[in-house]
Design a protein around this ligand. Structure first.
Ligand code: NCD
Length: 309
């Protein structure tokens, strides 16, 4: 249901996707990686299609990489952002989406602050809709790029233990990762202060392999992946003055991870708050730049799939 509604291929959420569906998108993304790395030339599978990038919330990585992904497949994009569009004049989400649909675009990629906004648009237009982040709900292409990165570094994710640390309550990245990771058989531990990582989050997915912890130090030695999240002040996250001391990923904490464990962050980072610069830039452990490159490949895979290629 999260994926295909009517006869169109929407990608609205990882919730509801099977391990097999996720794996097939990751496999396709992996085949596109040499194009992203400029070892192979772009391909023309979406030649002359037009994809609308409708970004009603700020974005650097997601918007830029959807544009590059479309262009690497031979498609063109039309870019619509909240601040420069009629959304800032009070136009509703659906009126904006209907306007873009009336241009005759082939697909809509969209980001909105409204949880459920992508599903609402998908139910009301006749082109594929790809959710590029809807409020605190989901960010499925980020989840997929994170899964691809983990798979490249660690192989099969079954039985792997992944910590997601920080502002879970406000994070659509965390929600998509929880669904994707559990679909692939990994264990997830959500770590943060009780205000940002309430126990209720253990019920995010019916799978019984999600736990919540408020003690980062106690978890470090058993992790395969530690994914740090930005504190989302713009969504009202409040933190105490000891946040960095209790939940910041410092070089000292990193030394207590198993040798093979990797560090991830979806970006943008608050360096010195949730993650220290020395850890973010650690050439061995940090997978942060690999995440960004994988984002282009994943978005190519999703666009090609959504447009039936
Ligand atoms: C995230 C987002 O917008 O949800 N960023 C991203 O897409 N890479 C996370 C964040 O803003 O902290």
């Amino acid at each position: 249901m999260a994926v295909v509604e009517s006869n169109l291929r929407h990608l609205l959420a990882l919730d509801g996707m099977s391990g097999g569906q996720i794996t097939s998108l990751l496999d396709r993304a992996e085949r596109y990686l040499p194009i992203v790395g400029r070892e192979q030339p772009p391909i023309d599978v979406l030649g002359r299609r037009i994809i609308a990038n409708m970004f009603l919330e700020d974005s650097t990585r997601t918007r830029g990489s959807f544009t590059v992904a479309a262009q690497r497949l031979g498609a063109q994009t039309v870019e619509l952002t909240g601040k420069g569009s009629s959304i800032s004049k009070g136009e509703s989400l659906l009126d904006t989406a209907w306007t873009i649909e009336s241009f005759g675009v082939d697909a809509i990629v969209m980001r909105t602050s409204a949880a459920g906004g992508a599903a609402l648009v998908a139910a009301n237009v006749n082109v594929p809709v790809i959710n590029a982040g809807d409020g605190r709900h989901e960010h499925p292409t980020q989840g997929l790029l994170d899964l691809l990165t983990m798979r490249q570094r660690l192989g099969d994710l079954r039985g792997r233990r992944v910590a997601i640390v920080g502002d879970i309550a406000n994070s659509r990245v965390a929600r998509s990762n929880v669904h994707g990771l559990t679909a692939l058989g990994a264990e997830v531990v959500l770590i943060g202060p009780p205000t940002l990582a309430p126990q209720s989050l253990a019920g995010l997915s019916p799978a019984d392999n999600i736990t919540v912890s408020h003690d980062l130090d106690e978890q470090l030695a058993a992790l395969d992946v530690i994914m740090m999240l930005r504190v989302q002040f713009e969504r009202g996250a409040g933190i105490s003055s000891d946040y960095h001391e209790l939940y910041g990923l410092t070089a000292t904490r990193t030394q207590r991870l198993p040798e093979h464990a990797i560090v991830m962050h979806p970006g943008p980072m608050n360096r010195g708050l949730e993650i220290d610069a020395a850890v973010a830039d650690d050439p061995q452990r940090s997978a942060i730049r690999q995440q960004v490159a994988n984002g282009v490949a994943v978005r190519m895979a999703v666009l090609a799939w959504a447009l039936g290629e």
